[in-house]
Write a protein that binds this ligand. Structure first.
Ligand code: V47
Ligand code: SF4
Length: 365
């Protein structure tokens, strides 16, 4: 492995570990975040990314459905949620949800990605019927639905244990869980920003239960608000430890905080350098999670493109309709075509590979 040129000589010992395949520790994580040598940190992450995936960069033909924004939690960083009856609150009927899937039934979509709030009244049967109905319309499609936070909430609504809730959802067609709701595991941040939300232990417990039942999940970290770098590193280490135990996380997605219309609108959100560094450090610290995803809806297509040289191997997908980030002021488009995704990847010097949810190759052209 060719030694990258480092402006920051402090990166050399980390390079030695990376080259030897030795796990990085908390101090390494902090040193990487603290380093002003963005290109050096990026080069290290790129080494790992190339070792794992070569030149390949993944994307998926997916459809997002945010079925309702009514939520009992009221997280301070969220511009999407509303209390029931508040202006802007919405909830799609089953017919509307199925209509959204039917509208695009002629497109070779391989995944429907479904996320909403923690609704106070919708019965568990609504969620089961949603999954069954979509599966009936499109049996071949993978349903990646409901964050660990929603699953814990549904278990409460249904009066079931988390394993039984997951089993019922799986039986209705659930294929995997998206990675949302993890935020930052720091108790300090959660107390301040989302005290009502499922605890970190609860979030990890749902994810690990899913893994044990044969359901893969993703993991996220919301960054660029009030968290410290130590809290970010701690979040990564806790995910890494959980993955050592159950091996079910497929991808890690750092989510760039969008402040507009939130209870933190005085903040500016992360800088471009912070975006790239966070993706790169994630790649380096999470040595047991196969994929690092740049969610272009939050980062912007241009930043997602550059991130392919900073440890990222996946740019998510076509998406087509997303509300969580756009209600928080995102200026990005609602969707990208496969042609646009492929062009973006090729221009970064990578080989575009269309994947399905579980990273099987759909097409590599
Ligand atoms: O859980 C909420 C976050 C998440 C804001 O698994 C915000 O492949 C930024 O998890 N600014 C939902 N982020 C989205 C999500 C996701 C997205 C794409 C792919 C996958 C995947 C998962 O969005 C929430 C929360 O952490 N969020 N408000 C905001 N203002
Ligand atoms: Fe509800 Fe999720 Fe928004 Fe929190 S982030 S208020 S749980 S929709």
């Amino acid at each position: 492995m060719a030694l990258p040129i480092f402006q920051d000589s402090g990166l050399k010992p980390i390079y030695n570990k990376v080259a030897a395949g030795v796990r990085l520790d908390r101090e390494d994580g902090l040193a990487l975040f603290a380093s002003a040598d963005l290109l050096g940190v990026g080069a290290l992450a790129h080494l790992v990314r190339q070792r794992l995936h070569g030149n390949r960069a993944f994307y998926i033909y997916n459809q997002h459905i945010n079925y309702s924004n009514i939520c009992i939690n009221g997280c301070k960083f969220c511009a999407f949620s509303r209390k029931a009856g508040e202006p802007g609150a919405y909830e799609m009927s089953l017919e509307e949800i199925l209509g959204k899937v039917e509208e695009r039934a002629h497109e070779p979509i391989t995944e429907v990605h479904i996320v909403g709030g923690c609704h106070p009244d919708l019965p568990f049967s609504f969620y089961l019927e949603m999954l069954r109905g979509i599966k009936q319309l499109r049996p071949e499609v993978h349903l990646q639905a409901f964050t660990a936070v929603e699953v814990a909430h549904l278990a409460g609504q249904a009066g079931l244990s988390v394993p039984d809730t997951l089993l019922a959802l799986k039986e209705a067609g659930l294929g995997s869980l998206p990675g949302g709701g993890a935020e930052v595991f720091s108790p300090r941040i959660r107390q301040h920003l989302c005290p009502e939300k499922l605890s970190p232990e609860g979030w990890l417990g749902v994810a690990q239960t899913a893994h044990k039942l044969g359901l893969n999940t993703n993991a996220t970290m919301l960054y660029g608000h009030l968290e410290t770098l130590e809290e970010r590193v701690d979040h990564l280490v806790r995910l890494r430890e959980a993955q050592d135990e159950t091996q079910g996380f497929l991808a890690f997605i750092p989510l760039a905080f969008h402040p507009q219309n939130t209870g933190l609108s005085e903040l500016t959100g992360p800088s471009a350098i912070d975006d790239l560094k966070t993706l790169a450090v994630s790649r380096l610290m999470l040595d047991n999670i196969p994929h690092i995803k740049a969610f272009w809806v939050m980062l912007g297509p241009k930043m997602a493109q550059i991130s392919l040289c900073f440890g990222v191997d996946d740019v998510d997908g076509t998406v087509m309709e997303e509300r969580i980030t756009h209600m928080a002021g995102a200026q990005t488009p609602q969707g990208l075509t496969r042609k646009q995704l492929r062009a973006l990847i090729r221009e970064a010097g990578c080989e575009p590979v269309e994947r399905d949810t579980l990273y099987s190759v759909v097409s590599s052209q």
